[in-house]
Design a binder for this molecule. Structure first.
Ligand code: NAP
Ligand code: ZN
Ligand code: ZN
Length: 350
């Protein structure tokens, strides 16, 4: 076991504080990464505050991890010391079930998340990227394109793949009219990715001060979702809507914007469920409401390569580790353009 420094939540009501914990030794198939940057996802906040009622404390959040390889096990083939590497939300899975065989490890019943999952190596829980080092099986380690800004790549490991996967699954491309709901960490990546895929992109926001930014990021049109007249102009016109909102809200105002057979996919996982959707809105045009969870490892690599090809990264604000609690408060107010990323060199060795 080796000592690692990080930041931890000890309970739902307490601020995150410095923490020292143990990680396993580097196994034959493991990659050891010195973490250089870690994005701050809204899921980190939901988990730190036990909003999904599944948090096991102490919890070390963080699943948008990039850094440099500092050691590899004897059987590791794809990485060597000095390489850039990334770890996202997934750290392990059963490897044999149909989901794993299809490269969809995120849907494996035995998936192990990067934090707040049982850790078979330590007997504790997995601890995430708000720390200076991580050790992960190479199957779950991503190659990071060297041409992109490293700090701005970190959010691709969750916000990027979580939006890329449904956009691909529902075949978004030239000729599709796509709605993105919410311009936060996930939403701003969705706008960039859907634009790069060639779709006509409409951003729905509750924040009038984000209109100009949304256009700069690639939206063809921006709609204030609280304005019924603006919403009406788009009735029955969308092939696909990706909803990234982190709070409970009325879904009907969006389902009625879908064409026949259109789908709204939910990415957001709010603390409280959405009110039940109108069945009439669904049956009259055979519309669907779906959900999507992050993405598999193969698709995450595909997304990173797509981003390198199209020069896409996240718009970020770099913070020091000690400022993560303030960052959580600002994220709740929508006061970030559009992802906080922790510079891990600011994590003082305890
Ligand atoms: P975020 O940066 O906080 O963005 C959420 C956006 O939702 C905000 O920017 C805001 O956009 C909108 N919003 C927030 N409160 C709202 C309210 N009361 N009413 C209407 N809109 C509101 O969060 P994120 O990191 O992008 O994460 C978004 C959600 O996705 C979270 O619930 C997170 O846990 C979840 N998530 C899911 C997966 C998955 O695999 N499915 C993966 C990662 C994250 P506007 O200001 O533009 O309205
Ligand atoms: Zn996340
Ligand atoms: Zn499996």
């Amino acid at each position: 076991m080796r000592k690692v420094n990080g930041y931890v939540a000890h309970s739902a009501k307490e601020a995150l504080v410095p923490f020292t914990f143990e990680r396993r030794e580097v196994g034959a198939k493991d990659v050891q990464i010195e973490i250089l940057f870690c994005g701050v996802c809204h899921s980190d906040l939901h988990t730190a505050r036990n909003e999904w009622q599944n948090t096991v404390y102490p919890v070390v959040p963080g699943h948008e991890i990039v850094g440099r390889v500092t050691a590899v096990g004897a059987n590791v083939k794809a990485f060597k010391v000095g390489d850039l590497a990334g770890v996202g939300c997934l750290s392990d899975s059963c490897r044999v079930c149909p989901d794993c065989a299809d490269g969809l490890e995120q849907y494996c019943d035995q998936e192990i998340f990067t934090y707040n999952s049982p850790d078979k190596y330590t007997g504790k829980m997995t601890y995430g990227g708000y720390s200076n080092q991580i050790i992960t099986d190479e199957h779950f380690v991503l190659r990071i394109p060297t041409k992109l800004d490293l700090a701005a790549v970190a959010p691709l490991l969750c916000a990027g793949i979580t939006t890329y996967s449904p956009l691909r699954h529902w075949k978004v491309g030239p000729g599709s009219k796509v709605g993105i709901v919410g311009l936060g960490g996930l939403g701003h990546m969705a706008v960039k990715l859907a634009h790069a895929m060639g779709a006509h992109v409409v951003l729905f926001t509750t924040s009038p001060n984000k209109i100009e930014d949304a256009k700069r990021l690639g939206a063809d049109d921006v709609v204030i979702s609280k304005n019924p007249d603006e919403m009406k102009k788009h009735l029955k016109s969308f092939d696909f809507i990706l909803n990234t909102v982190a709070a409970s809200h009325n879904l009907d105002v969006f389902t009625e914007l879908l064409k026949r057979d259109g789908t709204m996919c939910l990415n957001g996982v709010p603390e409280f469920s959405h009110p039940s959707p109108s069945i009439f809105n669904l049956i009259f045009k055979r519309r669907q409401i779906a959900g999507s969870l992050i993405g598999g490892i193969k698709e995450t690599q595909e997304m990173l390569d797509f981003c390198a090809e199209h020069n896409i990264t996240s718009d970020i604000e770099i913070i020091a580790m000690k400022d993560v609690n303030e960052a959580y408060e600002r994220m709740l107010k929508g006061d970030v353009k559009y992802r906080f990323v922790i510079d891990m060199s600011t994590l003082k060795v305890l």
